[in-house]
Write a protein that binds this ligand. Structure first.
Ligand code: SF4
Length: 503
């Protein structure tokens, strides 16, 4: 033993060596008492945590399949505080918000609806997305269970599908209860895609509405139309066509030069619409900006891209010493290809019906080649190389006047990318207006102040871009119709419209 080691003293807490010479036992996170769970007919599935519209559409979609399913309300500041109170120390911010949101919801069932803890544990199941890390994503299930146990819900069932493998981890739940058939997933994906499309249109239109609240009202009508279509098993394409008529009634004034802001970063923090990112999107709109949100579709396409890449790598390794062809890999690749094609087809059909013409599903190969020089494609934690790719793409293709990367407090991948790698990117692309901003759950004033500073420069750029153009004396009516979506090299929406008139 070296001198250094021999001087190390065990602390009182770490000095318990009773485990020595004991037989090793597998640790399992199981309830103290055996629980008799309710049958399928009485079991209620809970989930949530996407955008507000998507959570509501998913609820309608899954209920239309006969599932007892409830989307929980959006996580708020109280959820965060609950998560902190019951969670382990040093977790990342989304963990506190999402774990706390479930605990808060269950406490509400107990304290306001009068259900006993026993009844809640027996009847409810929570479904979430999970993964194997390398970030804290891999520990979500354990975090949920720890917090629930401490809050009085020992034995509450949690399950998750791993985003990268499509299999389930967490509690072993009877297949009868969680009926995850292909139809279940296809319906779920349809709700997510439609939610993405309506959200994208909402963000394009809201900053230019003549009457405050008119876009939100039209979107609420669209939500009801699509929900009814799910419930009545009628055509979703037809429903999206009816939504198009609703959106067409909104009066817009689109010739206002507004800063276009791409909001990206850690998936949940960039996507959530609430206290999880201090209502960033609404704040930007109130400050006179237009947001480019990150659709869930991006995350889906990234997961498929990562899965395909992993299979290709496995195949390449196998081929080196292979005596036979591995057909299982070929089948997986085929399935991934079919999944990608199905997502693209559904997206295009629904987008066309409602009138979203200028949105392109991200080309993951292009994004990978943009970023691979800066961030290894093998590092899959968080959004992997995508944060870097979005910034470079925004600069090269002139997509926005400002890129904000939302970085949750305690997020390992986001810190490495936003604070580390992006410094090199902004050095190589000095024209980039980039802000990496941390969401700690507290400290909104500091957050808003930093956003405002970056926004000031973005607003100037939008104004200069617009004023450099010649504005025709007569403006054609189509300019204020949301269905007119010209494509050119300008970043701002108003500048794009004027440029398209070609005067
Ligand atoms: S990417 Fe960051 S914020 Fe998201 S789960 Fe992983 S560690 Fe947490």
């Amino acid at each position: 033993m070296s001198i250094a080691c021999s001087t190390v003293k065990m602390t009182d807490k770490n000095g318990d060596l009773n485990f020595l010479n004991q037989e090793a036992k597998q640790w399992r996170d199981i309830p103290k008492e055996p629980i008799k769970y309710a049958p399928k007919s009485e079991t209620i599935m809970l989930s949530g945590g996407l955008t507000i519209l998507q959570d509501q559409l998913i609820q309608a979609a899954l209920q239309s399949l006969g599932e007892n399913y409830i989307s929980m309300p959006n996580p708020d500041f109280e959820s965060f505080q609950t998560g902190k109170a019951y969670g382990n120390k040093g977790q990342c911010n989304p963990t506190y918000f999402t774990v706390g949101n479930l605990v808060k919801y269950l406490k509400g069932l107990r304290d306001e609806k009068g259900l006993s803890e026993k009844e809640i544990v027996e009847k409810y199941v929570y479904i979430t997305a999970g993964g194997c890390g390398p970030c804290r994503f891999g520990m979500y299930i354990t975090e949920y269970k720890k917090a629930l146990r401490d809050a009085g819900f020992d034995g509450f069932r949690i399950t998750s599908f791993e985003h990268d493998k499509g299999i389930f981890q967490g509690d072993d739940i009877d297949d009868e209860i969680l009926n995850f058939t292909p139809k279940f997933f296809i319906t779920l994906i349809k709700a997510v895609i439609i939610g993405d499309i309506i959200n994208i249109l909402g963000y394009k239109m809201r900053p230019y509405e003549v009457e405050v609240g008119s876009v939100d009202n039209a979107i609420e009508k669209c939500r009801m139309i699509v929900s009814d279509a799910f419930t009545s098993h009628s055509s979703l394409i037809k429903a999206m066509w009816t939504c198009r008529k609703e959106l067409s009634t909104v009066e817009l004034n689109r010739l206002q030069p507004k800063a276009k802001v791409m909001v990206m970063g850690e998936f949940w923090a960039a996507m959530t619409e609430g206290d999880g990112n201090y209502n960033l999107h609404r704040f930007l709109e109130a400050e006179g900006a237009e947001c480019i949100p990150q659709p869930i579709l991006n995350r889906l396409m990234l997961s498929l891209w990562e899965a395909e890449r992993a299979v290709k790598k496995r195949q390449a390794l196998a081929v080196e010493g292979a005596k036979s062809i591995d057909f299982s890999s070929a089948k997986t690749r085929l399935l991934i290809k079919a999944g990608k094609a199905a997502i693209k087809t559904h997206f295009n059909l629904y987008a066309k019906a409602i009138g979203l013409h200028d949105y392109e599903i991200p080309d993951m190969d292009k994004l990978a080649s943009l970023s691979k020089e800066y961030y290894t494609l093998d590092c899959e934690g968080g959004e992997g190389h995508l944060e870097v790719a979005h910034l470079i793409e925004s600069v090269k293709d002139n997509l926005s006047h400002l890129v904000i990367s939302v970085k949750p407090f305690g997020c390992m991948p986001s810190s490495a990318v936003s604070d580390g790698v992006q410094s090199l990117v902004t050095n190589r692309f000095p024209e980039a207006n980039f802000l990496s901003i941390e969401t700690s759950g507290e400290g909104a004033a500091n957050f808003y102040s930093r956003v405002q500073m970056a926004l000031f420069k973005a607003k100037q750029s939008a104004k200069e871009e617009f004023e450099a153009l010649h504005i025709p004396k007569t403006i054609p009516e189509k300019v204020n119709n949301y269905l007119y979506q010209p494509h050119n090299t300008k970043a701002g929406s108003a500048a794009k419209l004027v440029e398209s008139l070609g005067v």
